[in-house]
Design a protein around this ligand. Structure first.
Ligand SMILES: [Ca+2]
Ligand SMILES: [Ca+2]
Length: 113
């Protein structure tokens, strides 16, 4: 069961879950740890529970604007988010927007998808 808050593996913070009490759960993962994840939906009520088949969700972190392509517009959008201190620019999820986020984004961007 997912609840709002940080996700960890051992001592490593790998992501953050928000909206766990709503119909749309948001998961933000640190690209240093997660680029692909297998997810399964489980629905339960008083009569029992049903699990879906697992589905693999692959994430391209360099596709910053989520349009399905990695191009210069992703770089421009990241820089705009970074310069305006938008929370989406916290690329390494350490709750601080700083030059390390820029370096991590550029590293992902240079690798591509
Ligand atoms: Ca893109
Ligand atoms: Ca950060």
């Amino acid at each position: 069961m997912l609840t709002d808050g940080g996700l960890t593996i051992g001592a490593d913070h790998i992501g953050t879950i928000t909206g766990s009490n709503s119909a749309q759960i948001n998961a933000q993962f640190d690209p240093d740890f997660i680029q692909s994840i297998s997810v399964r939906c489980s629905v339960s009520n008083t009569c029992g529970s049903v699990n879906s088949d697992a589905a693999t969700l692959s994430v391209c972190f360099a596709d910053f604007n989520n349009d399905g392509t990695t191009d210069f517009f992703d770089y421009l959008d990241f820089v705009a988010a970074f310069s305006s201190n938008n929370p989406s620019a916290d690329f390494n999820l350490d709750q601080v927007i700083d030059f390390f986020d820029y370096l991590d984004f550029v590293a992902e961007f240079s690798v591509g998808c």
